[in-house]
Design a protein around this ligand. Sequence first.
Ligand code: AHM
Ligand code: MG
Length: 334
Amino acid sequence: MQERPQTLGEFIIDHQRDFPYASGELSQLLSSIRLASKIVTREIRKAGLTDILGSNEVENVQGETQMKLDDIANEIFIKALKARGIICGLASEEMEDFIIFDEEKHKDSKYCVMIDPLDGSSNIDVNVSVGTIFSIYRRISPQGEAVRLEDFLQPGRNQVAAGYVVYGSSTMLVYTTGHGVNGFTLEPSIGTFQLSHPNLRMPEDGKIYSVNTGNYLKFPDGVKAYIDYCQDVDAATGRPYTGRYIGSLVSDFHRNLLKGGIYFYPQGTNAPNGKLRLTYECNPLAFLAEQSGGIATDGKQRIMDIEPQELHQRVPFFVGSKNMVEKAMEFLGE
Ligand code: AHM
Ligand code: MG
């Protein structure tokens, strides 16, 4: 009989020894994310069947219409993460302020979580993949006190772990603790995540570019020139590249991680810092990109070296295969 693939639970316990002084809290935290993502999977899978589809007709803090499933996913993750008393606070893209967990059971917890519970949610109505993005930091304020804003405004290089769940044709959870990137696919009949993509490496080169070209005229000249380069014909470098843009960051990133490619959401005349949020979206994906051999930059500096100034800060974002991002930066520099 074929050997059974390792489950995520087994993998987490096995890799606890990557952290010599770890007390098991991070493992528990990852288990809570695993549980929440299974529940969110269940909700998403039946979205077309129930009245949870559609807009809540309320706007989130970013002024965007919030879908009902955004709320549901947000609550599921908060509940799962709060239940075990393993984190001291959480910030979510769906909420203006961070939440402090200060009940007795949280008093010794040293981790805080930043989360985009359902990214790309405008795709839900049309049955296209969406995702959850998460990022874990060790608090810098003293344990036992209420978590503070500074705990959430740490640069991405301080991340202890980060990952995403993509609710696609299958549900996959991909994460890193700074020791490479591993991907797990949910086996729906038994409800366990199984190690399906061990030690993921993003190809150094790729032939896919992902950008909303509808914004072309608003982009800086360097970005326009790079898009023109992607579309140019040159057999030696395999151009024109293939344009693929789902409009669901996790899915676009995931495809490029597996196949090689570049995703970018640059600044534009309408959006001086682009659209994506540094803390909830760019930092965790930058950590995964770097851990798999790729690059993530805002066009000037490494994403994970940016000192965040506010929770919902936006930054231009260029992420993907090393050689492709470097090439794009050449155009931006000119
Ligand atoms: P969201 O967090 O409100 O869902 O927005 C983020 C999403 C990304 O998933 C996606 O890459 C991008 O917005 C698409 O934006 P646009 O439609 O402007 O191209
Ligand atoms: Mg988002």
